[in-house]
Ligand binder design. Structure first.
Ligand code: M7G
Length: 326
């Protein structure tokens, strides 16, 4: 296991230790991936906005990077409690409006406390562009037969590449970011920060556990044979998070998405206080519920009708329509 850092759950932690947990700067930031190249985003030529959200402070931009199609996601990052003093001290402030006891300002903190997180997909496929575009969403009811006849053939032929997952498992990328690993072939997994988390504060903690086994595509493939694997992920994953970040298990949301974007089995771990877009009841299945369902009905995920949200322009929807199921 990687360096466990401060552990405020040990019972005798000091304020200093607590601050270390809260402030996660100086944590390993990651590596340069399998190609050792770093992208210079000043070369990015935006062509269209796929989606944006004033509430989430994000924008998904389609464009070109070194003559290749690319998607860049920009996201304003949360405030760090521990940097507030420095932020106020170093900021420029320009008054906009003053009225009685009320006033508004343009507030410009020092650049290093005013960062934007950028996620780049390059070269981006048409499937990536579609994934990020805002479109109408509907619920799909998938029976056992629908899965076999429609969804499974679709996943097999059209699913997004999982090369990035294999790169992590084979230590070709993000090696330095691994928080915990159980290397057992059957029960093992790698736990690391999700791309969505900048690791600067635990308030929006987001990790993923990726299993070493390569034959579980999604929730649908789970049987009681996997209960031990799931329990192992829950136990060791939550233990590692308490150890490293001081976030106790009852402050975590641990779940699996159906349908996932990537068909190699993985589990999401979020800080409970962080409302993650896409983790709503229509798509997220709590890991502990999954374990109980498999124990009470071994055929649960093979036979149950599962519901999931899907964009109306998704090819899977056309396949459901062609089969007369929508
Ligand atoms: P998912 O359940 O397939 O669905 O999750 P979603 O992508 O629609 O949420 C895959 C998770 O892997 C997401 O939370 C992504 O942010 C994360 N992710 C995707 N990629 C390509 C990477 C990557 O290269 N590295 C890491 N660390 N996380 C990734």
């Amino acid at each position: 296991m990687a360096d466990t850092g401060a552990n405020p759950n040990s019972g005798n932690e000091s304020d200093e230790e607590n601050r270390k947990v809260k402030k996660l700067k100086g944590e390993p930031k990651g590596d340069r991936g399998e190609n050792g190249e770093e992208t210079n985003l000043s070369d990015f030529k935006p062509t269209s906005v796929l989606r944006d959200s004033a509430r989430d402070k994000t924008i998904f931009v389609h464009g070109e990077l070194k003559e290749q199609p690319a998607v860049v996601v920009l996201e304003k990052t949360p405030f760090g409690e521990d940097t507030l003093t420095e932020m106020f001290k170093g900021a420029k402030t320009n008054l906009e409006v003053k009225n009685d006891i009320y006033s508004t300002y343009v507030f410009q903190p020092p650049a290093h406390l005013n960062e934007i997180k950028a996620t780049v997909v390059c070269p981006a496929t048409e499937a990536h562009v579609q994934k990020y575009q805002r479109k109408e969403i509907i619920m799909v009811e998938e029976t056992e037969d629908d899965y076999k006849n429609i969804t499974l053939p679709y996943i097999t032929s059209k699913g997004l590449s999982v090369t990035w997952v294999y790169n992590i498992l084979e230590k070709k990328a993000e090696k330095e970011r691994i928080i915990f690993e159980d290397s057992d072939k059957e029960l093992g997994f790698v736990l690391l920060p999700d791309f969505k988390w900048d690791q600067k504060q635990v308030d929006d903690l987001y990790l993923i556990a990726i299993v070493h086994k390569r034959d579980i595509k999604s929730l649908r493939d789970l049987t009681p044979d996997h209960v031990q694997l799931l329990q192992n992920i829950y136990q060791k994953g939550t233990d590692a998070i308490v150890q490293r970040y001081g976030l106790p298990t009852n402050k975590l949301r641990v779940y699996v998405l159906y349908q996932p974007s990537y068909y190699h089995f993985h589990v999401h771990f979020n800080a409970l206080s962080y409302e993650v877009p896409g983790s709503g009841v229509e798509r997220a299945h709590l890991l502990q519920d999954i374990i109980q369902n498999l124990k009470s009905n071994p055929q649960y995920y093979k036979t149950r009708t599962l519901l999931f949200p899907m964009r109306t322009d998704d090819e899977l929807i056309s396949m459901y329509k062609a089969a007369g199921r929508l």
